[in-house]
Design a protein around this ligand. Structure first.
Ligand code: SF4
Ligand code: SF4
Length: 206
């Protein structure tokens, strides 16, 4: 097959360049391979920077990220599991993470295992805040803190946010209040940490 002149020139140029600078390929697995800077390898959660909002799970096209909320002995946590054996390394989780560092694609690529592929996971757990009235999950503690910090003084226009923030600074009681039923909500209960449904009830009843 006769190649067009311009293509022949390009191939010749690449061949000369490869002779002078060495081959493009690395000697992996005989020598460790260092991927290039924008390489998308194994995604890893960061305990410190993840706030538990679940945006990553919602945008993951492969369904590699799942989470569930667990409430046990009054303690509630949101548990995330990212399965590397399902991940397609698209980077959508990192690109859509509001904190930008909650989940990061590392340069690690050598993930092959012979058995028990379910071991290939990255996990993170986030403590949840529950409604003081009905006990429903409101949001992860770190997410509420993140929102409050971004809102600044506007935090004080929302009773749940304000109370949560004051509790964090030990400026409000941290004693758990007795659980209420919706029918028992009074005007004063508007100043409590409530889910949207109970807040609506409390406002309507007052
Ligand atoms: S903060 Fe980022 S990593 Fe954590 S759950 Fe939200 S999107 Fe996922
Ligand atoms: S890199 Fe893509 S496929 Fe892998 S966990 Fe993130 S969003 Fe899902």
């Amino acid at each position: 097959m006769k190649l067009p002149g311009i293509l022949q020139f390009r191939i010749l140029k690449e061949a000369i360049k490869a002779v002078l600078t060495g081959p493009y390929t690395s000697k992996f697995p005989f020598k460790p391979h260092i991927p290039f800077d924008s390489f998308r390898g194994k995604p890893e959660y960061s305990e410190k920077d993840c706030m538990g909002c679940s945006a990553c799970a919602q945008v993951c096209p492969a369904g590699a990220i799942t989470f569930k909320d667990e409430i046990k002995d009054g303690k509630a946590v949101r548990k995330f599991v990212l399965r590397h054996d399902i991940c397609i390394f698209c980077g959508q989780c990192q690109a859509n993470c509001p904190t930008e560092k909650g989940v990061v694609l590392t340069k690690e690529f050598d993930l092959a295992v012979l058995e028990n592929r379910r071991q290939l996971v990255s996990k993170v757990e986030k403590e949840l805040v529950l409604c003081e009235c009905c006990g429903e999950v409101i949001a992860p503690k770190d997410q509420i803190t993140w929102v409050a910090k971004r809102l600044g003084p506007l935090t004080f226009s929302n009773a749940s946010l304000m109370l949560f923030y004051l509790k964090q600074m030990s400026l409000s009681t941290s004693d758990p209040m007795p659980s209420l039923k919706e029918s028992q909500l009074y005007r004063a209960d508007r100043i409590r940490i409530l889910c949207p449904k109970c807040r609506r009830e409390a406002i309507l009843k007052s």
